[in-house]
Design a protein around this ligand. Structure first.
Ligand code: NAD
Ligand code: MG
Length: 398
């Protein structure tokens, strides 16, 4: 039977790829709901194509406009707005599968709602696990929710584990591969001059702007190490990052007997999406076949923590444990936004996150309300740090 799909963040990069795979496999799923933040024109076009029962936006005036346009086009899609509507849709009985593809902390409430309701969740929004890993996984276990990773590294590991929880000690290490982003070889002293567009020009993947900057700083890999720790219930000291510039091996599992299993493929998010959509079966993804003779060479190197201080900060947070992931994530979101808005330099991102982490005493959270409080407080501290920096330095004028 077709699964009824709610795509949270359908107008984003992951959302686009999900809809592309769905269009190739109409037998596999029915689009029940689509959601967007502000891009209502794109959401309108998606509604025309997929005719969902529900569409959700963030602003009331956008909801009114979209509802009128859809009615005029002869569609009876119901348009709603706000976080409450996202959460209600994610736990509603008329949806089976929720694709969590909203970027950032805004994705946590509806993804949590889906976890509480025992849904099948295709998880792209890594920030949800970085913020609330243990609580989130416990909620999903209690409700019987299934979490299928869409992040390519985690999807690769899931495939190498054959989707099974392994017995303690069977898995020795998880190796998350990382491309190293656009600045892997750029002279260090020029990094304070890079523009948002240069930071978003990823060599292998086409993604949203926030995760593209995270890839350039390698904070993305730091967030992914935390995501893997919770998703696979493996102690953080058994998970490592390895630079692999070609992005052909998407990650690896080292077993106790020293077998190393890897998942390979052309770097295209439609492969992990198709895998998660159809699991445990396989469907077509539209991805170019991998031509290894053409790739010719796969190379690997250790990440340089002096070049990637954000990765060093994430590793400290992982060692410290507790609720520091919430602080790391919030500070990173605010700092990246400030960089994209040209209010701070690329190299200020790590500096600001470090300052906010240093000022925050060890944190333990026991509820989602506390998670949201720490998130809020950390954002405030980061805005202040951005403003202080703004008063004390000159920025690029371009
Ligand atoms: P994107 O910026 O392209 O899209 C984000 C989507 O979320 C859009 O539909 C936008 O309308 C919606 N959105 C943004 N802010 C919102 C808010 N406050 N409330 C409601 N909706 C909001 O991002 P993306 O690259 O598609 O990434 C989405 C998530 O998937 C991120 O968590 C990212 O880390 C993860 N991810 C992305 C990729 C990728 O290849 N793009 C790979 C792995 C993981
Ligand atoms: Mg990834």
């Amino acid at each position: 039977m077709s699964q009824r799909l709610l795509v949270l963040g359908s107008t984003g990069s992951i959302g686009d790829n999900v809809l592309d795979v769905v269009a190739r496999n109409p037998q596999a799923c029915i689009i029940h709901g689509l959601t967007a933040h502000h891009n209502i024109e794109k959401l309108y076009q998606q509604c025309l194509k997929f005719r969902p029962a529900l569409a959700i936006v963030s602003e009331p005036h956008h909801a009114i406009e979209l509802q009128a346009n859809l009615q005029a086009a002869g569609l009876n899609t119901e348009v709603q707005c706000g976080t409450q509507a996202l959460c209600a849709a994610a736990c509603a009985i008329d949806c089976d599968t929720v694709v969590a593809a909203i970027v950032g902390a805004a994705g946590l409430p509806p993804t949590l709602s889906a976890a509480q309701a025992g849904k099948k969740i295709l998880l792209a929004n890594k920030e949800a696990l970085v913020m609330s890993g243990a609580l989130f996984m416990e909620t999903a276990a209690n409700s019987g929710a299934t979490i299928l990773p869409v992040d390519s590294e985690h999807n690769a590991i899931f495939q190498c584990l054959h989707g099974a929880q392994r017995a303690p000690g069977e898995v020795e290490r998880l190796i998350l591969t990382a491309s190293g982003g656009p600045f892997r070889n750029r002279p260090l002293q020029t990094l304070d001059q890079v523009s948002p567009d240069e930071a978003c020009a990823h060599p292998n993947w086409s993604m949203g702007r926030k995760i593209s900057v995270d890839s350039a700083t390698m904070m993305n890999k730091g967030l992914e190490l935390i995501e893997a720790r919770w998703l696979f219930d493996i102690p953080a000291e058994h998970i490592e990052a390895l630079i692999h510039p070609q992005s052909i091996i998407h990650s690896m599992v080292v077993y106790r007997d020293q077998s190393v299993l890897a998942q390979l493929g052309t770097p295209d998010m439609r492969t992990p999406i198709a895998h998660a959509l159809a699991y445990p079966t396989r469907i077509a993804s539209g991805v170019e076949p991998l031509d290894l003779a053409k790739v010719a060479k796969l190379t690997f190197e250790e990440p340089d923590l002096a070049r990637f201080p954000c990765l060093a900060l994430a590793l400290e947070v992982i060692r410290e444990g507790g609720g520091m992931g919430i602080v790391l994530n919030a500070a990173n979101e605010v700092a990246v936004e400030a960089f994209l808005a040209r209010r701070i330099r690329f190299t200020n991102i790590a500096w600001i996150i470090d300052e906010v982490l240093q000022k925050t005493p060890g944190i333990a959270v026991t509820s989602f309300d506390e998670v949201m409080e720490v998130d809020e407080q950390s954002r405030r501290s980061t805005y202040e740090a951005v403003q202080r920096l703004g008063r004390s330095t000159h920025y690029f004028a371009s």
